[in-house]
Design a protein around this ligand. Structure first.
Ligand SMILES: NC(=O)c1ccc[n+]([C@@H]2O[C@H](COP(=O)([O-])OP(=O)(O)OC[C@H]3O[C@@H](n4cnc5c(N)ncnc54)[C@H](OP(=O)(O)O)[C@@H]3O)[C@@H](O)[C@H]2O)c1
Length: 357
């Protein structure tokens, strides 16, 4: 047997050696961990500071600037879903800035009223097109709209039209008819209207396209599943478009409002009451319009930005759990209201599940 070059005669000796060696290794590791920790902390602080700075820029500084909307974008603006709610209020804001308006919705009586009110208040030309974006013949629908807009230089398109379920509910309680309506109105209208009007803007080298998405697109929202998914489509749609046409002179924006007191939220008394967190359509539009050209994606309203921050800060499971709880209680409230109306009018029709109609 060959002799061993070194003999280890003590376990303690080996242990001491190993500990000494490891000390050297960990001293280096501690430095690396400290650097990584400092880098992570600096990034978090930078992220927080730039988020707040951006919010100040978007929500506060916008109000200090004077924009010539007619010169920058063009003489006409088209607003879809504009006989009432956010669309109607946004149209009013555009008219106050001197733009002529084309309103598009289904109900002619409401459109005519909006037209005469805006014309009287803002002294601009207002026209309307009666159209149902959920119409069965989608081809004819867009041909009719295109013909009606043919003689107009449309510089701004506000893709506002949108539908939700009649109240939050799970997928299998929503009819196919309602699902098609969500797809045609929330996805189809913005896609086809933009496809129709963007060429003129690109040719003129100026213009603007806004989509009204929703805060529900920023996180998965149970019981508003299809609605929030259609809104997510709009987010992707506008951001990719903005990249594709970044040198065209056209401005793109995705608005992601949270709860706003309109007919859409009429299923809940709490939401319909409104307030600082849940503004009415006029307050929301008055704030949102000032962010146009300042942010490609914004809630449009500072208290909604606070809600967005809270949503982003909580873990996903907590968001899902909270949304489900909130939507359960909103549905309960909506059903109770329907039951009350059914008792009052003595009709079972009112009680029939609205989401199934
Ligand atoms: N309210 C909220 O809490 C909230 C929150 C986030 C996002 N949003 C989004 O904001 C946008 C506006 O919502 P809103 O609350 O103002 O809604 P709203 O009060 O229900 O108004 C919707 C407008 O769209 C029109 N409309 C509905 N279905 C139509 C169809 N099939 N074809 C043509 N026009 C149609 C309605 O007029 P007619 O009935 O006369 O057609 C009305 O002018 C929507 O995209 C919505 O998803 C709303």
């Amino acid at each position: 047997m060959k002799p061993v070059p070194f003999t280890i005669d003590s376990f303690k000796f080996v242990l001491d050696q190993v500990v000494e060696d490891l000390k050297g290794v960990f001293a280096g590791t501690n430095d690396i961990l400290a650097i990584l920790g400092a880098y992570y902390a600096a990034r978090r602080v930078y992220g927080a500071v730039s988020t707040v700075a951006e919010a100040v820029y978007v929500h506060l500084l916008g109000r200090a600037t004077n924009v010539d909307w007619v010169k920058n974008y063009g003489p006409w603006a088209v607003v879809t879903g504009s006989s009432e709610g956010i669309g109607r209020a946004y149209a009013n804001e555009l008219a106050l800035r001197g733009l002529n308006i084309v309103l598009i919705s289904r109900n002619e009586r409401r459109l005519a009223r909006a037209k005469s009110e805006i014309e009287m208040d803002c002294k601009v030309n207002v026209q309307y097109i009666v159209a149902d974006f959920a119409a069965e013949n989608q081809g004819d629908l867009y041909k009719t709209i295109e013909t009606a807009l043919a003689d107009k230089e449309v510089g701004l398109l506000v893709n506002n039209v949108g539908v939700m379920y009649d109240y939050p509910d799970v997928l299998l309680n929503i009819t196919q008819q309602k699902l098609w309506q969500l797809i045609y109105v929330n996805i189809g209208a913005a896609t086809m209207m933009t496809h129709m009007l963007l060429p003129g803007m690109v040719e003129r080298g100026k213009g603007g396209v806004v989509v009204v998405s929703s805060g529900s697109s920023t996180q998965m929202t149970p019981q508003m599943t299809v609605y929030s998914a259609t809104k997510r489509y709009l987010d992707y749609f506008i951001h990719s478009l903005a990249y594709e046409y970044r040198d065209s002179g056209v401005t793109f924006q995705c608005l992601i409002p949270f709860y706003t007191a309109t007919r859409m939220t009429g299923y809940s008394e709490r939401l319909s009451k409104g307030g600082w967190i849940v503004p009415d359509a006029s307050r929301y539009a008055n704030s949102a319009i000032e962010t146009f050209g300042r942010s490609q994606c914004t809630t449009g309203y500072f208290p909604h930005t606070l809600q967005l921050w809270i949503g982003q800060a909580v873990p996903n499971w907590l968001w899902m759990w909270g949304s489900e709880k909130l939507n359960n209680s909103l549905r309960k409230e909506a059903l109770a209201r329907l039951a009350k109306r059914a008792t009052k009018y003595g009709s079972q029709e009112v009680l029939s599940d609205a989401n199934k109609s």
